[in-house]
Design a protein around this ligand. Sequence first.
Ligand code: TMP
Length: 213
Amino acid sequence: MKPGKFITLEGGEGAGKTTQAKRLKEVLDSANIENVVTREPGGTFGAEAIRDLVLDGTHERWSGMTELLLMYAARLDHMEKLIKPALARGVWVICDRFSDSSLAYQGCARGLGADRVAAVHKAVMGGFKPDLTILFDIDPILTQKRVKTRGGELSRFDTETLEFHKKLRQGFLDIAKTNPERVKTIDAALSRDAIAAQIRHIAMKQFEGLRLG
Ligand code: TMP
C-alpha cells in the first residue's frame, strides 16, 4: 500500500487557508483519493483541549517557550493518533497549519529564535515533515481588516500588533526561501477560484502522476 501524502497550508491570520483546505478536499474526493482535513493546534480530542488553552486569554497568559511546548504537545498527540495512522493507510492528510507555524509565530514573531524551535522540533518529531506546504502570503494590513470583520471570538494571536504580523509574514517567507522543494508560495490576495486553481496546479507538479480536474 502506498502511503498517503501530507499537505500543509500555512500563513498568517485570515489568509483563506481554511476555505482552501475544504476546496482541496473536494478536488481530491472527485479524483477518488481518500483524504482527511485536520488542523493545528488541534485535530484530536487531546490536542483540541490544548488548543483552547493556548488560544484563549490575553497575550501575557503564556511565554513564548511555554506556547511552543504547548503547540508541540498538541502536535505530538495529533501526529501519533491521526496523521501517521492515516498516511500509513494510504489516506492523504490536509492540515491547516503545522510546524512551520511554530517557526514563524514562536520562533520569529515571538522572538524565540529558529534554533530553539528547531531543537524542540527535532526532539519531538524527529525528521517528520510535510510532502508539500502551500504558503498563503498576504500583506497583514489587508488581513487584519478581514479578521476583525469575520465575526466570532478573536484569539490571543488575532489581537497581536501589526508589527507582530509583519515579522510573522517575513518568518514564513524565509521558511519558503530555505525550503523551495517543499514550500510553494501563493498570492493570497487573489480570488478564491484563482487560488484553488493554483493549488491544484502546484499539487499536480509536486506529485508525479496526480491528475486533478
Ligand atoms: P487558526 O486555526 O485560526 O489559524 O488559529 C491558530 C492560531 O495558533 C494562529 O493564530 C496561529 C497559532 N499557532 C502558533 O502560534 N503556533 C503553531 O505552531 C500553530 C500550529 C498555530
